[in-house]
Ligand binder design. Structure first.
Ligand code: SF4
Length: 293
């Protein structure tokens, strides 16, 4: 069947060819391991059980997981093997199962999640470039949505991610996610059990995008909505040759964004320290967690 799972709608026959996302009909995973650098209510003390899926339907020039997203590096696994990967993470004590960049596998994952019946919350960790109608099939299966809203304007969305309609798509996706899970609810230890956290990584020379994105969030969702204003940008791939995103974010740029966002009146904001923009926070994609299946 021709694929129209995501907004690219490239109609690839995934049995025999790759579409924009670069993967076929099997799951492909680059790494499955506890991760400690998500927001505190996601990582907690025992880590978030991240499963990094190979391929991507967005394709940002600055992607820090370049070999996984653009190169589709990873190991193919069956449905049963994916459930085994989940089991192994849960045995390690993780607080949740965190499906990273999984939009292009959504119907396949909906099928697995229906069968798996996870004892810990399921996190859908997303670029935001997802069709709302595809997300509908995840209702009742995903507990926590962790979407980006990367851009407000179409010019940077087109230039950096090849998706001029990014905001139109991502804003509809976020509203659908919120409809399904609402605001964050935590357990007695402060660990998220359900809800949405909206992320935006501030890009150098593009700080107006951050302010426009969070102004939209404030106008369209409750003030209690959790937001995460990420400072960790480091130039990778083609971005190293593309001013102004060929450098890190300056302290002044982040301070301006922080001040403007705090003035919007959100009750739950995560901000990052300067130390976040180092390569040591980037996971090692070495098929850990799937190599011994
Ligand atoms: S999920 Fe992949 S194959 Fe399907 S429409 Fe999107 S990019 Fe194309």
């Amino acid at each position: 069947m021709k694929c129209s799972v995501c907004p690219r709608e490239c109609n690839a026959e995934r049995k025999s060819e790759y579409g924009f996302c670069g993967v076929g009909e099997s799951f492909k995973i680059a790494r499955a391991a506890p991760h400690f650098w998500e927001e505190p209510c996601i990582s907690g003390s025992r880590g978030s059980g991240t499963v990094f899926f190979s391929g991507c339907n967005l394709g940002c020039v600055y992607c820090q997981n370049y070999e996984v997203s653009h190169g589709a590096f990873g190991k193919e696994v069956s449905e049963k093997e994916l459930m085994k990967v989940f089991d192994l993470l849960i045995e390690k004590g993780v607080h949740n199962l965190n499906l990273v960049t999984s939009a292009h596998y959504a119907p396949m994952l909906a099928k697995v999640l229906k069968e798996y019946n996870s004892p810990v919350p399921i996190v859908w960790n997303s670029s935001g470039y997802e069709k709302a109608e595809t997300l509908e099939m995840l209702e009742g299966l995903v507990d926590i949505y962790l979407p980006d809203i990367k851009y407000f304007d179409s010019a940077p969305a087109l230039k950096y991610s090849g998706a001029g309609n990014y905001f139109e798509v991502a804003s509809a996706a976020v509203l659908e996610m919120f409809r399904q899970v609402g605001s964050i609810k935590t357990d007695e230890n402060g660990i998220a059990q359900s809800g949405i956290i909206i992320r935006h990584m501030v890009l150098p020379g593009n700080i107006s995008q951050a302010v426009k994105v969070f102004s939209w969030v404030r106008e369209n969702l409750p003030s209690e909505t959790y937001i995460s204003v990420m400072r960790q940008y480091t130039p990778f791939g083609k971005a190293k040759e593309m001013p102004p995103i060929n450098r890190k974010l300056s302290a002044r740029e982040y301070a301006i964004v922080k001040e403007k966002i705090l003035a919007l009146g959100f009750e739950n904001c995560f901000f990052q320290g300067k130390e976040s923009s180092t390569e040591e926070f980037i996971p090692n994609f070495n098929i850990e967690g799937v190599d011994l299946l």
